[in-house]
Design a protein around this ligand. Sequence first.
Ligand SMILES: Cc1ncc(COP(=O)(O)O)c(C=O)c1O
Ligand SMILES: N[C@@H](CCCC[NH3+])C(=O)O
Length: 410
Amino acid sequence: MEDVSISELVKSYDTPCYVYSQQAILDVYHDYNESFAAIDHRICYAVKANSNIAVLGVLAAAGAGFDIVSRGELARVLAAGGQASRVVFSGVGKTRDDIEFALTQGISCFNVESISELTLINMVAKQLDKRAPISLRVNPDVDAKTHPYISTGLKDNKFGIAHDKALAVYEHAATLSHIDIVGIDCHIGSQLTEVAPFIAALDKVIELIHSLREKGIELRHVDLGGGLGVRYIEEKPVTIDEFAQALLPKLTELGLTVFFEPGRSMVANAGILLTRVDVLKPTEHKNFAIVDAAMNDLIRPALYQAEMAVIPEVLPSEGIETDGTQAWDIVGAICETGDFLAKDRLLSLATGDILAITGAGAYGFAMSSNYNSRPRAAEVMVVGTQHQLIGKRETIADLYAGETLWQTEK
Ligand SMILES: Cc1ncc(COP(=O)(O)O)c(C=O)c1O
Ligand SMILES: N[C@@H](CCCC[NH3+])C(=O)O
């Protein structure tokens, strides 16, 4: 990781441990900015992908905005030194408390996903004597061609307002006393590898912008969400530059500020999960390598059958066939058959070996849990030759610190 060896990291922090490269995060952020330099734009990093405050802090210091989905995420952004005025708030179930906190802090925009939410925002804004800046999140009914669990822009998905209903909802929003219409928003899914679905969605959004202009509703920004995919093993996603080249002609013509909400593409390949092989269990049918990370640390393989690369710390010397190479399922110690991190990987393994699971910077630690009463992993950031703990490994005592025994009345 940058200029730090894996063995030094393991010696310092033990396993399982997430490690993030600060430079890799900044490189992608700069890549987005350079690719869209021709237009007025803002990169609002999707906090849900990796919400460690050190990661947010690096991006805040670089000038990024943030896309949040809860007041918890907003609190993290503020703790990391981010500005509320550069925050957009997405999500289908914003609560009164969420809205109140966001309005009080002065966020840039609520991406509204239903009429009921719009009514609530207007009400809360009235009580606070404020005006709430809003966009409608439009559901364009476009197939993002990704895993069904992470596709969000189809009419069967819970997200957004159907594009053929959006005009009427905008007209309604324009009549509300404490609502300021500032933009339009769209996010069709995650891990998209092609540009065509983005273009299809943008076309539908542009149609709406024109209809809104005809009705006298002028917007300041268009938010195209996140969703750009990354390479985990063999995927060949469109690059940020290709993505920009494909969108820029249409965006330039619109003349609005453009927001993006990238999550995965900003951090996935900046992070790895280090894990140790604890038990080797070859059987007649399958070889299992039981490691000290599990589905509670990294749920993507179990949840989406995601395939992520597994790299041993010490690679066999190039060109030399290693006799011990066999197909291994890399599994955790959790009592679930779905508890696997990778399947059928050709590796030469011994107990005590350290493995790195790559692409783990996004939706890794952020989705981890304590299932089977397992403390969550440590998180570390690397900068050049330096490394620092940015997330303490949980202790066993942390696991039930908030729980109490039933008090029987005497
Ligand atoms: C509204 C919204 N914006 C941005 C993102 C980030 O997506 P990705 O991590 O695919 O870039 C998501 C997650 O899919 C999302 O739901
Ligand atoms: N958590 C998902 C992505 C979902 C994005 C959130 N809308 C993943 O790991 O692939």
